[in-house]
Design a binder for this molecule. Structure first.
Ligand SMILES: [Zn+2]
Length: 165
C-alpha cells in the first residue's frame, strides 16, 4: 500500500461534491464517506474521477465483498449522481440514452417541445436540427424538427460507463 500515492485533492473534492459529501448509495446517504475505486486500485493503479465514487465505510465494505454491490451497480449510482449534478430531467436522461443507442439516427422531435430538452441542447450533448416550416397550423410549425446525439454526448455517455451498462 505504501507505493500508492494519495488521491489528488482536486479529484477527491469533485467526487465528494458530486455525492454531496454523502454515501452515493441513494438508500444509504450516510454522512461519513470515503472515496472508493470502482475498478480496484490494484488493477487500475490510477486515480481517475470517472472511476471514483463516495461511499460510507459500511457500503465500502459491501462493495469490496464479492457480489454484494458490484461494479455495474456502482457505475449506475455514479451515473445517477452525475445526472442530478447536471440537473437533467428524467425525460432528458431517457432521451440521451435512447439517442446513444442509435448514434447515427436523427429522431423526430415536435418543435413546440424543444424547451423540454433545453439542458441537453445547452450542454451540447445533442444537436437540435431545425427544418424549415412547410405549414403553420394554429401558429405552430406542423412538420417536425430532429434531434441527434453529438460526439460530446457520446463522450459523456462513455464517461458514465454506458459501454459497460
Ligand atoms: Zn453507504
Amino acid at each position: 500500500m505504501s507505493d500508492r500515492p494519495p488521491i489528488p485533492a482536486e479529484i477527491r473534492r469533485r467526487v465528494l461534491v458530486e455525492a454531496g459529501h454523502r454515501c452515493a448509495i441513494p438508500t444509504c446517504r450516510y454522512i461519513d464517506v470515503d472515496v472508493h475505486h470502482i475498478i480496484p486500485w490494484e488493477t487500475c493503479k490510477i486515480h481517475e474521477y470517472d472511476n471514483l465514487i463516495a461511499l460510507c465505510p459500511n457500503c465500502h465494505r459491501r462493495a469490496h465483498k464479492k457480489g454484494e454491490i458490484d461494479r455495474k451497480s456502482l457505475r449506475l449510482y455514479k451515473a445517477n449522481l452525475r445526472f442530478t449534478h447536471d440537473r437533467f430531467s428524467q425525460l432528458e436522461v431517457d432521451v440521451i440514452f435512447e439517442l446513444g443507442r442509435q448514434p447515427q439516427a436523427q429522431v423526430m422531435w415536435a418543435p413546440f417541445n424543444r424547451l423540454l430538452l433545453k439542458r441537453l441542447i445547452d450542454s451540447g450533448y445533442i444537436q437540435y436540427i431545425v427544418t424549415p416550416a412547410t405549414a403553420i397550423i394554429g401558429g405552430m410549425k406542423s412538420n417536425p424538427d430532429y434531434i441527434q446525439i453529438s460526439q460530446k454526448g457520446l463522450d459523456y455517455l462513455e464517461t458514465l460507463g454506458e459501454v459497460e451498462l
